[in-house]
Design a protein around this ligand. Structure first.
Ligand SMILES: [Zn+2]
Length: 359
């Protein structure tokens, strides 16, 4: 949690008259219990995540019945600030609605963490995007009775996954974890919910997103709590990641940020999959960085520079100081994405792009 973020969260606490019928006014939500770590983290060569050591805990409360779960810091090299992807849990007499399901290896721990505050049955899961830290425990929670929702593209990505970055075929999916209730993004209805649930005193909107982090993204808005789960097209730990093989793009991430500027008000709490909770204003410097890097990479590529040359140009240097988790791997991935996107970018077919294999 940055100091700036803390000040913003305190700002919500004193805003006691808003919204008129919302739960946010009751006792000053959101309440942050365990902020994500800041690093720097290092892991020895050959390190493997010790899943048995990772705790899944309630790290923030967005309203009396809308909690966030997240994992321990400093153990998972994919997400050292807090293992896995955030899970949101809306609970009450109408049952539990979950946003994402965490990594497969911590499925039971995630369920036990939910049971610390509710015995209500798990009824609904919505997946914000396909990555394993967000969908890994889908099959486990389907067996608890959940109906899984997502964009149709996510379902297709899961059923027929793109090859891995090294060109090797991806493993077959666990069919029990594949979403069965689907909807699609359409530019003509941008920003409108595909599904709305009225349950547990809350109104929840599943809003399909344009291809951005992947081609199957959904953001989830909780109207009364004034919270939007914005998943991974924005991140503030490590450099941006557009999963182009699964249909993502940096240009789509710019569109996603612009849509959030319209959907959110100045007080809306935005919940990224990783890093710290933010307000919409905090997305703007990130947007400016995306525009800047795309322009610089485009110029270099137009001059005939190779990917190796562009990586060597160290274009992210001006941003390293303000980017937590700025590992070499994270910056190289970002610059490689930009390089691939500015010229000969493959189109999306069935939620995926035929990206060039890299060694
Ligand atoms: Zn994630």
């Amino acid at each position: 949690m940055t100091m700036r973020g803390l000040v913003l969260l305190v700002g919500v606490a004193v805003f006691a008259t808003w919204p008129a019928h919302g739960v946010a006014q009751e006792t000053g939500y959101p309440i942050e219990l365990v902020p994500p770590g800041k690093g720097t983290y290092t892991f020895p060569p050959g390190y493997e995540t010790p899943w048995e050591k990772i705790r899944i805990m309630v790290t923030a409360k967005m309203s009396p019945n809308l909690f966030i779960l997240h994992g321990s810091e400093a153990l998972d090299p994919a997400h050292p600030d807090a293992s896995g992807g955030r899970v949101m849990v809306l609970f009450g007499p109408d049952g539990v609605l979950m946003v994402d399901t965490e990594n497969r290896q911590v499925a039971e721990k995630t369920l036990q963490a939910i049971k610390t505050f509710t015995n209500a049955p798990i009824k609904m899961v919505v997946n914000t995007h396909i990555h394993g830290d967000h969908t890994g425990a889908n099959a486990f929670f389907a067996r608890q009775g959940a109906v899984i929702f997502s964009q149709e593209n996510l379902r297709i990505e899961m059923l027929r996954p793109p090859p891995r970055a090294n060109g090797q075929p991806a493993p077959a999916p666990d069919m029990a974890g594949v979403p069965i209730a689907t909807y699609s993004y359409a530019a003509s209805t941008i920003g409108q919910p595909a599904v709305t649930f009225n349950m547990n005193g809350e109104t929840v909107d599943f809003i399909p997103m344009m291809p951005s982090h992947t081609a199957g993204d959904t953001i989830v808005r909780f109207r009364k709590a004034n919270v939007i789960y914005i998943e991974d097209f924005y991140r503030n730990f490590g450099y941006p990641f557009a999963d182009q093989a699964n249909g993502g793009s940096i240009r789509g991430m710019l569109e996603a940020i612009d849509l959030i500027q319209k959907l959110a008000d100045a007080k809306t709490t935005l919940v990224p999959g990783h890093g710290t909770l933010v307000r919409k204003q905090e997305l703007l410097p990130y947007r400016a960085m995306l525009v800047d890097i795309m322009a610089k990479v485009k110029t270099l590529r137009a001059q005939g520079k190779s990917l190796k040359d562009v990586l060597a140009a160290n274009l992210t240097a001006p941003y390293d100081k303000t980017t937590l988790g700025d590992t070499q791997q994270s910056k190289d991935r970002f610059i490689t994405e930009a390089y691939d996107e500015v010229s000969d970018f493959p189109p999306i077919v069935d939620g995926k792009r035929a990206m060039p294999a890299r060694p």
